[in-house]
Design a protein around this ligand. Structure first.
Ligand code: ZN
Length: 413
């Protein structure tokens, strides 16, 4: 699938820092340790609605990881999927009497536009579930042949994964079984489906139902499950043990647990990813922003209201990526004011020397993406520059370059 346009990332003088990130699986802050090419998979959208600020916050967090790795001299192989066939998409199309494929194409196009406007660096591989069906089919067939997947008939010959297939199951989320069961039921699982070996077993291949899209092949007519989609797309492009598996914290269980489990059962190797990194949820008026609550704030709507995407970016980076936090009009106003100050300060002919500020920016970002402190470091420099302190003619350009490369904020208008 076509990705979106990249913005060139300038080189920043000075010494880059190795990035440390909190890993959900081991529950510790550890350095990422990429080789020449750093590898990252971030779960993409199900394109049945526009990009809301919760999505944007998640992709911005991983964009910073991407940028820090580039700064440290790594090539970055970044993969993202689009779940362009799944229950929520089909349900929305049905509700709106729309063609599910047209809906998916329209919302994916809008997502690309939003990402480009927010200056999120594009994935090298942007892969739709539909285009990955041949590779998913092959993996599900292998899991069936290996005896870790089975047919749960009872009317439809769906293929399920036996959650007890590996000893590593549970190592991503660290949840106990009652919690897993509750989350599974809450987040799209089907614990009560008759014919399964265990309530937690997730679907790998859903046999065709009347009126639903389906694909023919060795598994019989049907469509893929969500967890195996990400598992296969990541595994076939990045291999086992890639550097970072990312997404929102609502993906920890069951989605990331089972994506890892499928790949580990298939290969007999562990781990699937070396870091599991999760972004917090963005709320509105104290409630998580979600479809079911109808309290979504869309990036495209803000852009339509002529809000500068860089102000949105700064507003979202003002909170730590792992914290659940609220979106407020005041946050956006503060982002816009900060942007205006930074632009004015870096447009001056000179300012205080900026090497220390850039070093602080790198240090804070490398420390589990501590954006609140990173932004304060730039604020401090901008305040000094606006007060007329400092005579370094290279400082404004250095700040502009560092803010562009490391934070993804364009200050030149
Ligand atoms: Zn995923």
């Amino acid at each position: 699938m076509q990705s979106w346009q990249s913005h060139p990332v300038p080189r920043v003088p000075g010494i880059p820092m190795p990035v440390r990130l909190f890993d959900t699986a081991t529950r510790e802050l550890r350095p990422t340790t990429p080789g020449h090419t750093a590898t990252m998979y971030v779960c993409g959208i199900t394109p049945y609605d526009a990009t809301h600020l919760g999505h944007a916050a998640t992709y911005l967090a991983f964009d910073l990881v991407h940028r820090l790795w580039l700064d440290a001299g790594h090539a970055v192989h970044y993969v993202q999927n689009v779940t362009d066939v799944d229950d929520p998409l089909l349900e929305r199309a049905e509700r709106d009497s729309a063609d599910w494929m047209v809906l998916a194409m329209r919302e994916t196009a809008l997502f690309r536009e939003d990402m480009e406007a927010l200056r999120v660096l594009p994935p090298r591989d942007y892969v739709g579930a539909v285009e990955a069906i041949p590779e998913i089919t092959e993996v599900v067939a292998k899991l069936l042949a290996d005896g870790v997947a089975y047919r749960a008939d009872e009317g439809f010959p769906d293929v399920y994964y036996d959650h007890s297939a590996t000893a590593w199951f549970g190592s991503v989320s660290n949840e106990d079984e009652p919690t897993m069961r509750a989350l599974f039921a809450e987040r799209g699982g089907d614990p009560d489906r008759p014919g399964k070996r265990h309530p937690l077993d997730p679907v790998l291949w859903r046999a065709a139902r009347p009126g639903e899209p389906c694909w023919d092949g060795e598994l019989g007519s049907g469509r893929p499950g969500w967890h195996v989609e990400c598992s296969v797309i990541a595994l076939n492009r990045l291999g086992m043990g890639f550097d970072v598996q990312g997404g929102g914290s609502d993906l920890i269980f069951p989605h990331h647990e089972f994506s890892a489990a499928h790949a580990e059962a298939l290969t007999g190797q562990h781990p699937f990813a070396r870091h599991y990194v999760h972004a917090g949820m963005i709320g509105l008026d104290g409630e998580k922003m979600s479809k079911s609550r109808g309290n979504l704030v869309f990036v495209s709507r803000l852009r339509g209201d002529r809000v500068d995407p860089m102000a949105i970016r700064l507003a979202l980076l003002d909170g730590h990526y792992r914290a659940d936090r609220d979106w407020t009009p005041a946050l956006l106003e503060a982002g816009a004011a900060r942007l205006a100050t930074w632009r004015a300060a870096t447009a001056l002919p000179a300012g205080p020397s900026a090497e220390d500020t850039v070093a602080r920016l790198r240090t804070h970002l490398a420390d589990d993406l501590d954006t609140p402190r990173a932004l304060l470091a730039v604020d401090a420099w901008a305040a000094e520059a606006m007060a007329g302190r400092g005579r370094d003619p290279d400082a404004p350009t250095l700040i502009r370059t560092a803010v562009d490369a490391l934070l993804g904020i364009a200050l030149a208008e």
